[in-house]
Write a protein of this length. Sequence first.
Length: 614
Amino acid sequence: MLIHGKWLLLALLVVGMACQRSVEVKGRKLSLDGPWQFRFDPQDRGLAEAWYSGAAGGTWRTLSVPGTYNVQVPESLWYQGKAWYRRKFRVPANWPTGGRFLLRFNGVALRSRVWVNGKQVGEHPFAYTGFELDVTDAVQRSADNLLAVQVDNKILDRAIPDKKWHGWWDYGGIFRSVALEWRPDTYVANLWMDTRMLKSGWEFTPTAVLRQHGTDSVDVSLSWVLRDSEGNRVWEKQQGVRLGAGETTVSVRDALNQVKSWSPEHPTLYNLVLRIRDELGNEDSLTIRTGFRQIETRGSKIYLNGEPVVFRGISRHEDHPEYGSALPPELHRHDLEEIKALGCNFIRLAHYPQDPYVYDLADSLGLMVWSEIPAWQTSVDVLGDKEVLEKWAKPQLAEMINQMRHHPSVMVWSVGNEFDSSSPKAAWYVSQTIDFVHQLDPTRLATFASDRHRPGKPKDICWPYADFIAINEYYGWYYGTIHDVGPMLDAVHKRLPDKPIVVSEFGAGAAPGKHNPNPPESGKDYSEEYQVKFLMTHMDQIFAPERQDFMSGAIIWVYADFADPHRVGGPHPKEWSYVNLKGLVTRERKHKPSFKAVQQRFHELAKSGGKNLR
Ligand code: GCB
Protein backbone atom coordinates (compact mmCIF):
# COMPACT_ATOMS: atom_id res chain seq x y z
CA MET A 1 0.00 0.00 0.00
CA LEU A 2 1.27 3.44 -0.87
CA ILE A 3 0.93 6.09 1.75
CA HIS A 4 1.06 9.69 0.70
CA GLY A 5 4.03 11.56 2.26
CA LYS A 6 1.89 13.90 4.32
CA TRP A 7 -0.13 11.03 5.76
CA LEU A 8 2.98 9.02 6.48
CA LEU A 9 4.36 11.92 8.47
CA LEU A 10 1.10 12.24 10.34
CA ALA A 11 1.02 8.51 11.01
CA LEU A 12 4.57 8.64 12.37
CA LEU A 13 3.67 11.58 14.57
CA VAL A 14 0.65 9.77 15.95
CA VAL A 15 2.67 6.64 16.67
CA GLY A 16 5.30 8.83 18.31
CA MET A 17 2.71 10.47 20.52
CA ALA A 18 1.07 7.18 21.30
CA CYS A 19 4.38 5.84 22.53
CA GLN A 20 5.30 8.76 24.74
CA ARG A 21 7.03 7.28 27.77
CA SER A 22 7.13 8.31 31.39
CA VAL A 23 10.91 8.26 31.70
CA GLU A 24 13.18 10.46 29.66
CA VAL A 25 16.95 10.44 29.88
CA LYS A 26 19.20 13.22 28.74
CA GLY A 27 21.86 10.84 27.38
CA ARG A 28 21.88 9.24 23.94
CA LYS A 29 19.82 6.24 22.99
CA LEU A 30 20.16 3.77 20.13
CA SER A 31 17.27 1.38 19.62
CA LEU A 32 18.39 -2.18 19.04
CA ASP A 33 14.93 -3.36 18.04
CA GLY A 34 14.58 -4.76 14.54
CA PRO A 35 16.05 -7.78 12.74
CA TRP A 36 18.35 -10.06 14.75
CA GLN A 37 19.86 -13.38 13.77
CA PHE A 38 18.36 -16.30 15.62
CA ARG A 39 19.07 -19.98 16.20
CA PHE A 40 17.52 -22.68 18.39
CA ASP A 41 19.90 -24.66 20.58
CA PRO A 42 17.92 -27.75 21.66
CA GLN A 43 21.07 -29.74 22.47
CA ASP A 44 22.61 -26.93 24.46
CA ARG A 45 25.73 -26.78 22.32
CA GLY A 46 25.93 -23.02 21.92
CA LEU A 47 28.00 -22.26 24.97
CA ALA A 48 30.65 -24.93 24.30
CA GLU A 49 30.77 -23.93 20.63
CA ALA A 50 30.95 -20.21 21.45
CA TRP A 51 27.89 -19.14 19.49
CA TYR A 52 28.35 -15.75 21.10
CA SER A 53 31.49 -15.16 19.02
CA GLY A 54 31.58 -13.77 15.52
CA ALA A 55 33.02 -17.05 14.28
CA ALA A 56 29.87 -19.05 15.10
CA GLY A 57 28.68 -20.56 11.84
CA GLY A 58 25.62 -22.74 11.32
CA THR A 59 22.26 -21.64 10.09
CA TRP A 60 20.86 -18.53 11.62
CA ARG A 61 17.47 -17.18 10.59
CA THR A 62 16.24 -13.62 10.93
CA LEU A 63 13.69 -12.81 13.62
CA SER A 64 12.36 -9.48 14.58
CA VAL A 65 12.95 -8.13 18.10
CA PRO A 66 10.82 -7.62 20.15
CA GLY A 67 9.22 -10.99 19.53
CA THR A 68 8.75 -14.46 20.89
CA TYR A 69 10.14 -17.40 18.92
CA ASN A 70 7.28 -19.64 20.02
CA VAL A 71 4.99 -17.59 17.80
CA GLN A 72 7.43 -16.27 15.18
CA VAL A 73 8.55 -19.80 14.29
CA PRO A 74 5.18 -21.59 14.21
CA GLU A 75 6.56 -25.14 14.51
CA SER A 76 8.26 -24.12 17.76
CA LEU A 77 5.06 -23.28 19.64
CA TRP A 78 5.93 -25.87 22.29
CA TYR A 79 9.68 -25.24 22.31
CA GLN A 80 11.24 -25.04 25.77
CA GLY A 81 14.96 -24.70 26.01
CA LYS A 82 17.87 -22.62 24.83
CA ALA A 83 18.03 -20.31 21.84
CA TRP A 84 20.44 -17.63 20.65
CA TYR A 85 20.07 -14.15 19.22
CA ARG A 86 22.80 -11.96 17.77
CA ARG A 87 23.15 -8.69 15.91
CA LYS A 88 25.71 -6.02 15.18
CA PHE A 89 25.58 -2.42 16.25
CA ARG A 90 27.77 0.62 15.90
CA VAL A 91 28.08 3.46 18.38
CA PRO A 92 26.84 6.59 16.58
CA ALA A 93 29.80 8.75 15.62
CA ASN A 94 28.32 11.86 17.20
CA TRP A 95 28.05 10.39 20.71
CA PRO A 96 30.29 12.03 23.32
CA THR A 97 33.60 10.46 24.32
CA GLY A 98 34.15 8.95 27.78
CA GLY A 99 31.09 8.07 29.81
CA ARG A 100 29.24 4.79 30.11
CA PHE A 101 27.49 2.47 27.69
CA LEU A 102 24.44 0.77 29.11
CA LEU A 103 22.49 -2.00 27.44
CA ARG A 104 18.87 -1.86 28.48
CA PHE A 105 16.59 -4.87 28.02
CA ASN A 106 12.92 -4.40 28.95
CA GLY A 107 12.20 -8.12 29.04
CA VAL A 108 13.85 -11.38 27.97
CA ALA A 109 12.06 -14.64 28.78
CA LEU A 110 12.62 -16.66 30.73
CA ARG A 111 16.33 -16.21 31.53
CA SER A 112 19.19 -14.68 29.61
CA ARG A 113 22.96 -14.27 29.31
CA VAL A 114 24.54 -11.50 27.28
CA TRP A 115 27.85 -11.16 25.43
CA VAL A 116 29.39 -8.17 23.68
CA ASN A 117 32.25 -8.90 21.29
CA GLY A 118 32.69 -12.37 22.78
CA LYS A 119 32.87 -11.13 26.35
CA GLN A 120 30.10 -12.15 28.76
CA VAL A 121 28.71 -8.90 30.18
CA GLY A 122 25.94 -10.23 32.38
CA GLU A 123 22.97 -12.46 32.95
CA HIS A 124 19.42 -12.04 34.17
CA PRO A 125 17.26 -14.74 35.71
CA PHE A 126 13.79 -13.13 35.55
CA ALA A 127 11.45 -12.94 32.57
CA TYR A 128 9.19 -10.01 33.29
CA THR A 129 11.36 -7.24 34.71
CA GLY A 130 13.88 -5.22 32.74
CA PHE A 131 17.61 -5.12 33.32
CA GLU A 132 20.52 -2.89 32.52
CA LEU A 133 24.11 -3.93 31.89
CA ASP A 134 27.10 -1.62 31.98
CA VAL A 135 29.00 -2.74 28.88
CA THR A 136 31.50 0.11 28.67
CA ASP A 137 34.54 -2.15 28.86
CA ALA A 138 33.31 -4.43 26.09
CA VAL A 139 32.09 -1.90 23.50
CA GLN A 140 34.29 -0.67 20.65
CA ARG A 141 33.71 2.90 19.59
CA SER A 142 34.59 2.92 15.95
CA ALA A 143 33.99 -0.60 14.75
CA ASP A 144 31.06 -3.00 14.60
CA ASN A 145 30.10 -4.61 17.89
CA LEU A 146 28.59 -8.09 18.12
CA LEU A 147 25.83 -8.44 20.66
CA ALA A 148 24.75 -12.01 21.48
CA VAL A 149 22.03 -13.19 23.84
CA GLN A 150 21.36 -16.72 24.99
CA VAL A 151 17.78 -17.20 26.20
CA ASP A 152 16.29 -20.16 27.99
CA ASN A 153 12.58 -20.73 28.50
CA LYS A 154 12.88 -24.06 30.28
CA ILE A 155 11.01 -23.97 33.57
CA LEU A 156 13.13 -24.62 36.65
CA ASP A 157 12.28 -26.77 39.65
CA ARG A 158 13.20 -24.50 42.51
CA ALA A 159 12.51 -21.01 41.26
CA ILE A 160 9.72 -18.46 40.87
CA PRO A 161 7.85 -19.49 38.76
CA ASP A 162 8.45 -23.20 39.34
CA LYS A 163 7.32 -26.41 37.60
CA LYS A 164 3.79 -26.06 38.96
CA TRP A 165 3.33 -23.08 36.70
CA HIS A 166 1.00 -23.69 33.77
CA GLY A 167 -1.19 -20.60 33.95
CA TRP A 168 -0.17 -19.00 30.64
CA TRP A 169 2.19 -19.74 27.78
CA ASP A 170 5.88 -19.82 28.65
CA TYR A 171 6.79 -17.69 25.63
CA GLY A 172 10.55 -17.36 25.18
CA GLY A 173 12.67 -14.72 23.51
CA ILE A 174 13.61 -11.06 23.58
CA PHE A 175 9.99 -10.00 23.82
CA ARG A 176 10.36 -6.36 24.83
CA SER A 177 12.52 -3.52 23.49
CA VAL A 178 16.30 -3.34 23.68
CA ALA A 179 18.46 -0.22 23.52
CA LEU A 180 22.00 1.00 23.97
CA GLU A 181 22.29 4.13 26.04
CA TRP A 182 25.15 6.52 26.63
CA ARG A 183 25.38 8.32 29.98
CA PRO A 184 28.15 10.42 31.55
CA ASP A 185 30.36 8.91 34.28
CA THR A 186 28.03 10.28 36.93
CA TYR A 187 24.36 9.80 36.14
CA VAL A 188 20.88 9.52 37.56
CA ALA A 189 20.09 5.80 37.57
CA ASN A 190 16.61 5.93 39.09
CA LEU A 191 14.09 8.52 40.21
CA TRP A 192 10.72 8.40 41.97
CA MET A 193 8.55 10.44 44.28
CA ASP A 194 6.70 9.24 47.38
CA THR A 195 3.75 11.34 48.45
CA ARG A 196 1.70 11.73 51.64
CA MET A 197 -1.47 13.69 52.24
CA LEU A 198 -1.35 16.43 54.83
CA LYS A 199 -4.32 18.18 56.45
CA SER A 200 -3.91 20.68 53.72
CA GLY A 201 -1.73 19.91 50.72
CA TRP A 202 0.82 17.17 50.17
CA GLU A 203 4.19 16.15 51.52
CA PHE A 204 6.41 14.71 48.84
CA THR A 205 9.80 13.01 48.80
CA PRO A 206 11.62 12.99 45.46
CA THR A 207 14.33 10.33 45.62
CA ALA A 208 17.12 9.50 43.22
CA VAL A 209 19.74 6.82 42.87
CA LEU A 210 22.95 8.37 41.54
CA ARG A 211 25.77 6.33 40.07
CA GLN A 212 29.37 7.51 40.03
CA HIS A 213 31.97 5.57 38.10
CA GLY A 214 35.23 7.18 39.18
CA THR A 215 37.32 6.01 42.11
CA ASP A 216 37.52 9.43 43.81
CA SER A 217 34.66 11.33 45.32
CA VAL A 218 33.11 14.07 43.22
CA ASP A 219 31.07 17.12 44.15
CA VAL A 220 27.82 17.27 42.28
CA SER A 221 25.17 19.95 42.20
CA LEU A 222 21.59 18.75 42.01
CA SER A 223 18.71 20.73 40.66
CA TRP A 224 15.22 19.34 41.23
CA VAL A 225 12.26 20.79 39.37
CA LEU A 226 8.61 19.77 39.45
CA ARG A 227 6.39 20.98 36.62
CA ASP A 228 2.70 20.59 36.00
CA SER A 229 1.42 19.17 32.74
CA GLU A 230 1.43 22.62 31.15
CA GLY A 231 5.10 23.00 31.94
CA ASN A 232 4.68 25.50 34.79
CA ARG A 233 7.30 25.18 37.49
CA VAL A 234 5.54 24.35 40.76
CA TRP A 235 8.57 23.58 42.89
CA GLU A 236 12.34 23.58 42.71
CA LYS A 237 15.31 22.93 44.91
CA GLN A 238 19.09 23.12 44.51
CA GLN A 239 21.45 21.07 46.58
CA GLY A 240 25.09 19.96 46.60
CA VAL A 241 26.24 16.42 47.39
CA ARG A 242 29.59 14.67 47.52
CA LEU A 243 29.40 11.29 45.80
CA GLY A 244 31.75 8.41 46.46
CA ALA A 245 32.21 5.69 43.87
CA GLY A 246 29.19 3.47 43.30
CA GLU A 247 25.57 4.18 44.13
CA THR A 248 24.20 6.88 46.41
CA THR A 249 20.54 7.45 47.20
CA VAL A 250 19.57 11.08 47.66
CA SER A 251 16.20 12.42 48.67
CA VAL A 252 14.62 15.70 49.62
CA ARG A 253 11.33 16.25 51.41
CA ASP A 254 9.02 19.19 51.03
CA ALA A 255 5.36 20.13 51.04
CA LEU A 256 3.07 21.88 48.60
CA ASN A 257 -0.41 23.27 49.04
CA GLN A 258 -1.65 23.87 45.57
CA VAL A 259 -1.05 20.59 43.75
CA LYS A 260 -3.79 18.32 42.40
CA SER A 261 -3.98 14.68 43.34
CA TRP A 262 -3.88 11.73 40.92
CA SER A 263 -7.04 9.62 40.81
CA PRO A 264 -8.77 7.46 38.18
CA GLU A 265 -11.32 10.25 37.66
CA HIS A 266 -8.65 12.97 37.42
CA PRO A 267 -5.29 11.42 36.57
CA THR A 268 -3.28 14.61 37.05
CA LEU A 269 0.37 14.13 36.21
CA TYR A 270 3.48 16.15 36.96
CA ASN A 271 6.99 15.98 35.57
CA LEU A 272 9.83 15.65 38.03
CA VAL A 273 13.23 16.52 36.59
CA LEU A 274 16.54 15.95 38.31
CA ARG A 275 19.52 17.62 36.65
CA ILE A 276 22.99 16.92 37.98
CA ARG A 277 26.31 18.61 37.18
CA ASP A 278 29.74 17.55 38.33
CA GLU A 279 32.85 19.69 38.99
CA LEU A 280 33.98 19.34 35.37
CA GLY A 281 30.67 20.57 34.03
CA ASN A 282 29.40 17.14 32.91
CA GLU A 283 25.64 17.05 33.05
CA ASP A 284 22.97 14.41 33.24
CA SER A 285 19.26 14.49 33.85
CA LEU A 286 16.31 12.20 34.24
CA THR A 287 12.65 13.13 33.98
CA ILE A 288 9.75 11.07 35.26
CA ARG A 289 6.04 11.56 35.02
CA THR A 290 4.56 11.23 38.45
CA GLY A 291 1.66 12.31 40.65
CA PHE A 292 0.33 12.87 44.16
CA ARG A 293 -1.62 9.96 45.56
CA GLN A 294 -2.11 8.04 48.78
CA ILE A 295 -3.49 4.54 49.14
CA GLU A 296 -4.10 3.05 52.58
CA THR A 297 -6.38 0.81 54.57
CA ARG A 298 -8.29 1.88 57.65
CA GLY A 299 -10.17 -0.92 59.36
CA SER A 300 -12.05 -2.88 56.74
CA LYS A 301 -11.94 -0.26 53.96
CA ILE A 302 -9.39 0.94 51.40
CA TYR A 303 -8.90 4.68 50.93
CA LEU A 304 -7.50 6.59 47.98
CA ASN A 305 -6.48 10.15 48.75
CA GLY A 306 -8.46 10.00 51.99
CA GLU A 307 -11.73 8.77 50.41
CA PRO A 308 -13.08 5.20 50.45
CA VAL A 309 -12.39 3.57 47.10
CA VAL A 310 -14.02 0.59 45.42
CA PHE A 311 -12.06 -1.21 42.71
CA ARG A 312 -13.94 -1.90 39.49
CA GLY A 313 -11.24 -4.00 37.95
CA ILE A 314 -10.21 -6.48 35.33
CA SER A 315 -7.11 -8.63 34.87
CA ARG A 316 -5.08 -8.67 31.71
CA HIS A 317 -2.41 -10.95 30.25
CA GLU A 318 0.11 -9.95 27.60
CA ASP A 319 -1.06 -12.29 24.87
CA HIS A 320 -2.22 -12.19 21.27
CA PRO A 321 -2.26 -14.92 18.59
CA GLU A 322 -0.10 -12.85 16.25
CA TYR A 323 2.46 -11.57 18.75
CA GLY A 324 2.46 -13.98 21.70
CA SER A 325 3.65 -11.97 24.68
CA ALA A 326 5.44 -9.35 22.54
CA LEU A 327 2.57 -6.92 22.14
CA PRO A 328 3.22 -3.79 20.08
CA PRO A 329 2.55 -0.42 21.75
CA GLU A 330 -0.65 0.14 19.73
CA LEU A 331 -2.14 -3.03 21.18
CA HIS A 332 -1.21 -2.11 24.74
CA ARG A 333 -2.90 1.22 24.15
CA HIS A 334 -5.94 -0.38 22.55
CA ASP A 335 -6.39 -2.75 25.50
CA LEU A 336 -5.99 -0.15 28.21
CA GLU A 337 -8.29 2.31 26.47
CA GLU A 338 -10.93 -0.40 26.14
CA ILE A 339 -10.52 -1.35 29.78
CA LYS A 340 -11.03 2.29 30.71
CA ALA A 341 -14.10 2.46 28.43
CA LEU A 342 -15.43 -0.66 30.13
CA GLY A 343 -15.86 1.49 33.22
CA CYS A 344 -12.87 0.08 35.11
CA ASN A 345 -10.84 2.16 37.51
CA PHE A 346 -8.44 -0.71 38.24
CA ILE A 347 -6.33 -3.21 36.31
CA ARG A 348 -4.61 -6.29 37.66
CA LEU A 349 -1.49 -7.01 35.64
CA ALA A 350 -1.73 -10.75 35.92
CA HIS A 351 0.44 -12.47 36.77
CA TYR A 352 3.72 -10.63 36.20
CA PRO A 353 5.18 -7.16 35.67
CA GLN A 354 4.14 -6.02 32.19
CA ASP A 355 5.72 -3.76 29.58
CA PRO A 356 6.71 -0.38 31.09
CA TYR A 357 4.40 1.28 28.56
CA VAL A 358 1.39 -0.41 30.17
CA TYR A 359 2.13 1.44 33.41
CA ASP A 360 2.55 4.70 31.47
CA LEU A 361 -0.89 4.18 29.96
CA ALA A 362 -2.44 3.40 33.33
CA ASP A 363 -0.94 6.64 34.68
CA SER A 364 -2.38 8.78 31.93
CA LEU A 365 -5.74 7.04 31.47
CA GLY A 366 -6.46 6.78 35.19
CA LEU A 367 -6.34 3.08 36.02
CA MET A 368 -5.11 1.93 39.41
CA VAL A 369 -2.60 -0.90 39.01
CA TRP A 370 -1.96 -4.21 40.77
CA SER A 371 1.51 -5.47 39.86
CA GLU A 372 2.60 -9.00 40.75
CA ILE A 373 5.57 -11.36 40.59
CA PRO A 374 4.91 -14.70 38.87
CA ALA A 375 4.68 -16.87 42.00
CA TRP A 376 1.73 -18.61 40.32
CA GLN A 377 0.54 -21.63 42.32
CA THR A 378 4.19 -22.11 43.27
CA SER A 379 4.75 -25.19 45.41
CA VAL A 380 5.03 -24.37 49.10
CA ASP A 381 8.20 -26.44 49.38
CA VAL A 382 9.76 -23.99 46.95
CA LEU A 383 8.24 -20.91 48.61
CA GLY A 384 9.34 -22.09 52.04
CA ASP A 385 12.98 -22.40 50.95
CA LYS A 386 15.19 -19.60 52.25
CA GLU A 387 17.40 -19.78 49.20
CA VAL A 388 14.41 -19.30 46.88
CA LEU A 389 13.33 -16.31 48.95
CA GLU A 390 16.74 -14.67 48.63
CA LYS A 391 17.44 -15.64 45.01
CA TRP A 392 14.03 -15.49 43.36
CA ALA A 393 11.45 -13.69 45.48
CA LYS A 394 13.18 -10.68 46.99
CA PRO A 395 15.26 -9.66 43.94
CA GLN A 396 12.29 -10.11 41.63
CA LEU A 397 10.11 -7.96 43.90
CA ALA A 398 12.89 -5.39 44.21
CA GLU A 399 13.30 -5.12 40.43
CA MET A 400 9.56 -4.73 39.93
CA ILE A 401 9.29 -2.08 42.64
CA ASN A 402 12.38 -0.12 41.64
CA GLN A 403 11.38 -0.08 37.99
CA MET A 404 7.70 0.79 38.48
CA ARG A 405 7.46 2.77 41.70
CA HIS A 406 7.53 6.15 39.99
CA HIS A 407 4.13 5.41 38.44
CA PRO A 408 1.36 7.12 40.40
CA SER A 409 -1.10 4.47 39.16
CA VAL A 410 0.56 1.63 41.07
CA MET A 411 -1.45 0.90 44.21
CA VAL A 412 -0.78 -2.76 44.96
CA TRP A 413 2.32 -4.97 44.96
CA SER A 414 1.41 -8.65 44.97
CA VAL A 415 3.76 -11.38 46.15
CA GLY A 416 1.97 -14.13 44.23
CA ASN A 417 -1.15 -16.01 43.24
CA GLU A 418 -2.95 -19.12 44.53
CA PHE A 419 -0.17 -20.99 46.27
CA ASP A 420 -1.37 -23.22 49.08
CA SER A 421 -1.95 -20.43 51.58
CA SER A 422 -3.28 -22.85 54.18
CA SER A 423 0.27 -24.08 54.74
CA PRO A 424 2.74 -22.72 57.33
CA LYS A 425 5.46 -22.62 54.65
CA ALA A 426 3.33 -20.23 52.58
CA ALA A 427 2.64 -18.15 55.69
CA TRP A 428 6.38 -17.80 56.21
CA TYR A 429 6.83 -16.75 52.56
CA VAL A 430 4.00 -14.21 52.72
CA SER A 431 5.19 -12.70 55.99
CA GLN A 432 8.77 -12.39 54.68
CA THR A 433 7.88 -10.97 51.28
CA ILE A 434 5.24 -8.56 52.52
CA ASP A 435 7.67 -7.23 55.13
CA PHE A 436 10.25 -6.83 52.39
CA VAL A 437 7.80 -4.95 50.14
CA HIS A 438 6.76 -2.63 52.97
CA GLN A 439 10.38 -1.83 53.77
CA LEU A 440 11.14 -1.03 50.16
CA ASP A 441 7.95 0.91 49.48
CA PRO A 442 5.83 1.84 52.49
CA THR A 443 3.45 3.87 50.31
CA ARG A 444 1.68 0.99 48.52
CA LEU A 445 -0.49 -1.90 49.68
CA ALA A 446 0.94 -5.42 49.64
CA THR A 447 -1.05 -8.62 49.25
CA PHE A 448 -1.36 -11.92 47.32
CA ALA A 449 -4.34 -13.62 45.64
CA SER A 450 -5.79 -16.51 47.63
CA ASP A 451 -8.05 -19.37 46.59
CA ARG A 452 -8.34 -20.94 50.08
CA HIS A 453 -11.83 -19.79 51.00
CA ARG A 454 -14.07 -22.76 50.23
CA PRO A 455 -16.33 -23.97 53.01
CA GLY A 456 -15.09 -27.23 54.50
CA LYS A 457 -11.62 -26.91 52.89
CA PRO A 458 -8.33 -25.97 54.59
CA LYS A 459 -8.39 -22.28 55.48
CA ASP A 460 -6.04 -19.51 54.44
CA ILE A 461 -3.57 -18.66 57.20
CA CYS A 462 -1.65 -15.94 55.27
CA TRP A 463 -4.29 -13.19 55.27
CA PRO A 464 -3.20 -11.63 58.58
CA TYR A 465 0.06 -10.55 56.89
CA ALA A 466 -1.60 -8.89 53.90
CA ASP A 467 -2.87 -5.30 53.82
CA PHE A 468 -6.13 -6.54 52.37
CA ILE A 469 -7.68 -9.92 51.60
CA ALA A 470 -7.67 -10.76 47.90
CA ILE A 471 -9.88 -13.69 46.93
CA ASN A 472 -9.89 -15.57 43.63
CA GLU A 473 -13.25 -17.30 43.44
CA TYR A 474 -14.98 -19.42 40.80
CA TYR A 475 -18.26 -20.40 42.53
CA GLY A 476 -20.47 -21.82 39.83
CA TRP A 477 -17.60 -22.72 37.52
CA TYR A 478 -15.07 -24.99 39.21
CA TYR A 479 -17.16 -25.60 42.35
CA GLY A 480 -20.40 -24.59 44.09
CA THR A 481 -23.07 -22.44 42.49
CA ILE A 482 -23.13 -18.83 41.38
CA HIS A 483 -25.06 -17.98 44.55
CA ASP A 484 -22.35 -19.08 46.99
CA VAL A 485 -20.22 -15.95 46.73
CA GLY A 486 -21.99 -13.71 49.26
CA PRO A 487 -22.09 -16.28 52.09
CA MET A 488 -18.38 -17.03 51.51
CA LEU A 489 -17.49 -13.31 51.70
CA ASP A 490 -19.52 -12.97 54.91
CA ALA A 491 -17.71 -15.95 56.43
CA VAL A 492 -14.27 -14.55 55.56
CA HIS A 493 -15.27 -11.15 56.94
CA LYS A 494 -16.43 -12.77 60.16
CA ARG A 495 -13.03 -14.40 60.61
CA LEU A 496 -11.05 -11.21 59.93
CA PRO A 497 -13.41 -8.28 60.50
CA ASP A 498 -10.67 -5.65 60.34
CA LYS A 499 -9.41 -6.40 56.84
CA PRO A 500 -10.79 -5.01 53.59
CA ILE A 501 -11.74 -7.67 51.06
CA VAL A 502 -11.36 -7.51 47.28
CA VAL A 503 -12.44 -10.29 44.92
CA SER A 504 -9.27 -10.48 42.86
CA GLU A 505 -10.61 -13.00 40.29
CA PHE A 506 -14.00 -14.29 39.21
CA GLY A 507 -14.91 -15.43 35.74
CA ALA A 508 -16.53 -18.04 33.52
CA GLY A 509 -15.51 -19.31 30.10
CA ALA A 510 -17.56 -18.40 27.04
CA ALA A 511 -16.87 -19.96 23.66
CA PRO A 512 -17.60 -17.28 21.04
CA GLY A 513 -20.93 -18.03 19.39
CA LYS A 514 -21.99 -20.76 21.85
CA HIS A 515 -25.51 -20.09 23.11
CA ASN A 516 -27.76 -21.35 25.85
CA PRO A 517 -30.93 -19.34 26.37
CA ASN A 518 -31.46 -21.01 29.76
CA PRO A 519 -28.05 -20.98 31.39
CA PRO A 520 -27.66 -23.08 34.56
CA GLU A 521 -26.53 -22.02 38.07
CA SER A 522 -23.32 -23.99 38.03
CA GLY A 523 -21.01 -26.02 35.83
CA LYS A 524 -18.86 -25.43 32.81
CA ASP A 525 -21.56 -24.35 30.39
CA TYR A 526 -19.29 -22.31 28.10
CA SER A 527 -22.21 -20.32 26.63
CA GLU A 528 -22.03 -16.56 26.23
CA GLU A 529 -25.26 -16.30 28.23
CA TYR A 530 -23.81 -18.22 31.16
CA GLN A 531 -20.76 -15.96 31.26
CA VAL A 532 -23.04 -12.91 31.54
CA LYS A 533 -25.23 -14.55 34.18
CA PHE A 534 -22.18 -15.69 36.17
CA LEU A 535 -20.55 -12.24 36.18
CA MET A 536 -23.77 -10.35 36.99
CA THR A 537 -24.79 -12.71 39.80
CA HIS A 538 -21.32 -12.50 41.33
CA MET A 539 -21.39 -8.71 41.15
CA ASP A 540 -24.88 -8.64 42.72
CA GLN A 541 -23.35 -10.30 45.76
CA ILE A 542 -19.96 -8.56 45.86
CA PHE A 543 -21.38 -5.04 45.58
CA ALA A 544 -24.48 -5.69 47.72
CA PRO A 545 -25.25 -2.69 49.98
CA GLU A 546 -24.99 -4.89 53.11
CA ARG A 547 -21.34 -5.74 52.23
CA GLN A 548 -20.26 -2.14 51.67
CA ASP A 549 -18.47 -1.94 55.00
CA PHE A 550 -15.87 -4.52 54.12
CA MET A 551 -15.88 -5.03 50.35
CA SER A 552 -13.47 -2.85 48.40
CA GLY A 553 -14.07 -4.14 44.91
CA ALA A 554 -13.97 -6.86 42.34
CA ILE A 555 -11.54 -7.72 39.55
CA ILE A 556 -12.94 -9.76 36.66
CA TRP A 557 -11.00 -12.64 35.19
CA VAL A 558 -10.15 -11.68 32.42
CA TYR A 559 -10.08 -8.95 29.75
CA ALA A 560 -9.11 -11.11 26.74
CA ASP A 561 -8.99 -14.85 26.07
CA PHE A 562 -5.40 -16.05 26.14
CA ALA A 563 -3.19 -19.02 25.29
CA ASP A 564 -3.26 -21.40 28.24
CA PRO A 565 -1.52 -24.81 28.13
CA HIS A 566 -4.01 -26.08 30.70
CA ARG A 567 -7.21 -25.68 28.63
CA VAL A 568 -7.57 -28.98 26.85
CA GLY A 569 -9.74 -32.06 27.19
CA GLY A 570 -12.69 -32.68 29.51
CA PRO A 571 -15.60 -30.30 28.95
CA HIS A 572 -13.36 -27.70 27.31
CA PRO A 573 -14.59 -27.12 23.71
CA LYS A 574 -12.23 -28.97 21.37
CA GLU A 575 -12.04 -26.19 18.81
CA TRP A 576 -10.78 -23.88 21.56
CA SER A 577 -8.09 -26.19 22.90
CA TYR A 578 -5.29 -24.31 24.68
CA VAL A 579 -7.35 -21.12 24.88
CA ASN A 580 -8.59 -19.80 28.19
CA LEU A 581 -12.09 -18.57 27.31
CA LYS A 582 -12.84 -16.39 30.32
CA GLY A 583 -12.18 -13.17 28.37
CA LEU A 584 -14.80 -10.50 27.77
CA VAL A 585 -13.14 -10.26 24.36
CA THR A 586 -11.54 -12.94 22.21
CA ARG A 587 -7.78 -13.27 21.71
CA GLU A 588 -8.27 -11.04 18.64
CA ARG A 589 -10.16 -8.49 20.82
CA LYS A 590 -13.63 -9.15 19.41
CA HIS A 591 -16.29 -8.36 22.01
CA LYS A 592 -18.41 -11.08 23.59
CA PRO A 593 -21.84 -10.05 24.95
CA SER A 594 -20.34 -9.95 28.46
CA PHE A 595 -18.36 -6.83 27.49
CA LYS A 596 -21.49 -4.72 27.16
CA ALA A 597 -23.14 -6.21 30.23
CA VAL A 598 -20.09 -5.50 32.40
CA GLN A 599 -19.74 -2.04 30.91
CA GLN A 600 -23.28 -1.18 31.89
CA ARG A 601 -22.84 -2.55 35.42
CA PHE A 602 -19.46 -0.84 35.96
CA HIS A 603 -20.86 2.50 34.82
CA GLU A 604 -23.75 2.13 37.26
CA LEU A 605 -21.30 1.23 40.01
CA ALA A 606 -19.15 4.24 39.16
CA LYS A 607 -22.18 6.47 39.68
CA SER A 608 -23.27 4.84 42.93
CA GLY A 609 -19.79 4.74 44.46
CA GLY A 610 -19.57 0.95 44.19
CA LYS A 611 -22.94 -0.03 45.58
CA ASN A 612 -25.54 -2.07 43.67
CA LEU A 613 -28.65 -0.06 43.13
CA ARG A 614 -30.72 -3.00 41.96
C1 GCB B 1 -7.09 -18.88 38.38
C2 GCB B 1 -5.74 -18.37 38.04
C3 GCB B 1 -5.68 -17.83 36.63
C4 GCB B 1 -6.39 -18.80 35.71
C5 GCB B 1 -7.85 -18.84 36.10
C6 GCB B 1 -8.66 -19.86 35.31
O1 GCB B 1 -7.46 -19.05 39.49
O2 GCB B 1 -5.28 -17.42 38.95
O3 GCB B 1 -4.33 -17.68 36.29
O4 GCB B 1 -6.25 -18.47 34.38
O5 GCB B 1 -7.96 -19.24 37.42
O6 GCB B 1 -9.12 -19.54 34.23
O7 GCB B 1 -8.79 -20.98 35.77
